[in-house]
Design a protein around this ligand. Structure first.
Ligand code: 2Q2
Length: 323
């Protein structure tokens, strides 16, 4: 009996070994701009793990943080040419002839977290996702709620009047350029991975982002004040090259879908605990938080948005506000 046991046991071991040595049939490159501490990264790793396990090693996902796979705008191109397969993006999709995509990050469009969930997770969110898929061939597989974007600088700013002459880094999003120009600043589009150095060298004076990125990119080391403008409440998309997705057999497509759902939930759990912690961390590091004249920011920004938007975008904005 013992010999039979040994035989079965060694066959089992050999089987495990074969499983481990099996080369994946598909390798997917997944890039994002945040660092290893950020919820986006932890969620991406979770996705990779789920995909590996659920596909029995047939699909491998390699995650590249810190724009290691390229700057956001370049990775979007990468998705089309095949040098990248999955990425986290959002309002930058506006530059991709995707007018509806900017509604995921329109200044003062979303009231609160509850409203955001109803929009992003409801029929309007589906409409935006379908638009992104149909027009650009980027397939949204998950969405992540983000913390509100806040302005940082080395001087306190309480009113848009005080923005005059300020060189403000924004991501490559034309609506952000329009909005901050209308508010009086000099917005300069720049990739996220360049922001820390540009602030350090004072080629820009400020930037705007949620607490999580201000913390994880170390921006508090080069910015003293965080203005509680909360001017954008947004969500991001995890998008996959649809060409790549369609190359997969149906069972592996299902693995992607299920794993993406798990990633989305996991990221949200992290986000809920992380926001308050990040705020406390920034406070402990000596960042000063400034209350602003929200009404003045809102009015000027909303006016700029209405001027920048076409009819289709205004219609979608109205439908979002009705939710
Ligand atoms: O400031 C940044 O670069 C990010 O927080 C952006 O919001 C993000 O990268 C968007 O450009 C998403 O498309």
């Amino acid at each position: 009996y013992f010999q039979v046991f040994l035989l079965i046991f060694s066959l089992h071991l050999a089987g495990c070994q074969a499983d481990r040595d099996k080369k994946p049939e598909y390798t997917l490159r997944f890039g994002h701009l945040a660092n290893r501490e950020h919820g986006w990264h932890k969620a991406s790793l979770k996705f990779a793990e789920e995909v590996k396990r659920r596909s029995n090693g047939r699909v491998e996902v390699i995650v590249y943080p810190n724009e290691q796979l390229g700057k956001e705008m370049d990775v979007l191109t990468g998705l089309l040419v095949g040098s990248a397969d999955i990425m986290i993006t959002g309002e930058s999709l506006q530059s991709w002839s995707l007018p509806k995509s900017i509604l995921c990050a329109t200044p003062f469009a979303i009231r609160d977290s509850d409203h955001l969930k109803k929009v992003a997770g409801g029929p309007l969110g589906k409409e935006i996702e379908q638009h992104i898929l149909d027009v650009a061939g980027f397939r949204p597989i998950a969405w992540f709620e983000r913390g509100a974007r806040n302005l940082t600088a080395n001087r306190p700013i309480r009113h848009p009047d005080e923005l005059q002459g300020m060189i403000l880094r924004v991501p490559a999003v034309s609506l952000y350029v329009d909005t901050w120009s209308a508010l009086g600043a000099k917005p300069t589009p720049m990739a996220f991975s360049e922001v820390f150095t540009a602030l350090q060298q004072s080629t820009i004076h400020g930037q705007e982002n949620p607490f999580a990125l201000i913390k994880d990119a170390g921006l508090y080391e080069v910015q003293k004040y965080c203005m509680l403008t909360e001017h954008v409440k947004s969500w991001a998309y995890v998008v996959m090259s649809n060409k790549k997705y369609e190359m997969l057999p149906p069972d592996l497509q299902q693995v992607i879908d299920v794993s993406a759902g798990i990633m989305q939930e996991y990221e949200h759990e992290l986000f809920l605990v992380q926001e308050k912690k990040d705020y406390q961390f920034l406070l402990d590091q000596g960042m000063e938080f400034i209350e602003v004249d929200k009404k003045a920011f809102r009015e000027a920004a909303t006016k700029a948005v209405m001027q920048a938007f076409n009819e289709e975008q205004i219609d979608l904005l109205r439908r979002i506000q009705e939710v």
